[in-house]
Design a binder for this molecule. Structure first.
Ligand SMILES: [Fe+2]
Length: 230
């Protein structure tokens, strides 16, 4: 499995506060079968602007390598889209997944024309867009025409693992994976106890209910294409 949306770096956002928890998080990931993880600390003006992010990324990567924790760790951001962060992307101050892919977060309610224009402009500049946890965005989820329009523009939809593991939303989650609305499942984990990594559990459910073909696509193959997108 590949996990493209995680908060594993310590003391950079609302993820783990200490380095030991970061180490524990990646150790558990290896045990559950995650071979590649993208650290995506929040990039959200004015709260989180990548201070210490590169340093803490290098620290975790070096530790994993020197302690035989067998996982590939990449660095990107979960970018909360607004005018400020849009410009930060253009100035290459916010990190992409791979060379040209952006994990974009939108407000939970309110999908405005300005968002649409920014996404379009980023695509014109050659960026591949993955929208983070789209299941949260009320204005998108209730608008089938908008969903179709975004999909036709090849914008990818990422779902959080908890949407599948929660009994309240599981049926809806499986339907949205089966009909191809969502392309990638990621954990969006923030810690060990609070908001832990439920990717393996979600994978088990999807494999059992929808089969290995869809499970492989949404837990590995589609994410792999994102990482290698040029
Ligand atoms: Fe997140």
């Amino acid at each position: 499995m590949i996990d493209i949306h995680t908060h594993i770096l310590h003391a950079v956002d609302d993820g783990p506060t200490d380095f030991e928890t970061s180490v524990q998080m990646i150790t558990e990931m290896v045990q559950m079968g995650i071979h590649t993880v993208v650290a995506t600390p929040h990039y959200w003006y004015p709260h989180y602007l990548n201070e210490r992010v590169d340093e803490h990324y290098r620290q975790l990567k070096a530790y994993a390598e020197s302690h035989a924790i067998n996982i590939r760790i990449l660095l990107a951001n979960e970018i909360h889209l607004d005018d400020f962060t849009y410009n930060a992307i253009l100035k290459q101050e916010a990190h992409t997944i791979g060379e040209k892919c952006l994990l974009i977060e939108l407000p939970d309610s309110g999908f405005y024309n300005s968002h649409d224009v920014m996404l379009y402009q980023l695509q014109l500049k050659g960026y591949k867009i993955v929208l983070a946890h789209v299941e949260r965005y009320k204005d998108i989820m209730r608008d089938k025409a908008l969903i179709q329009q975004l999909k036709e523009r090849n914008i990818l939809f990422q779902m959080n693992a908890t949407y599948i593991t929660s009994l309240k939303t599981r049926r809806k989650a499986l339907k949205l994976l089966k009909n191809g609305t969502f392309d990638i499942v990621a954990s969006d984990c923030h810690g060990i106890v609070r908001r832990p990594n439920l990717l393996a559990k979600a994978n088990q459910i999807v494999t059992k209910k929808l089969g290995t073909e869809i499970a492989n696509a949404v837990f590995n193959d589609n994410a792999n294409q994102i990482i290698n997108y040029k």
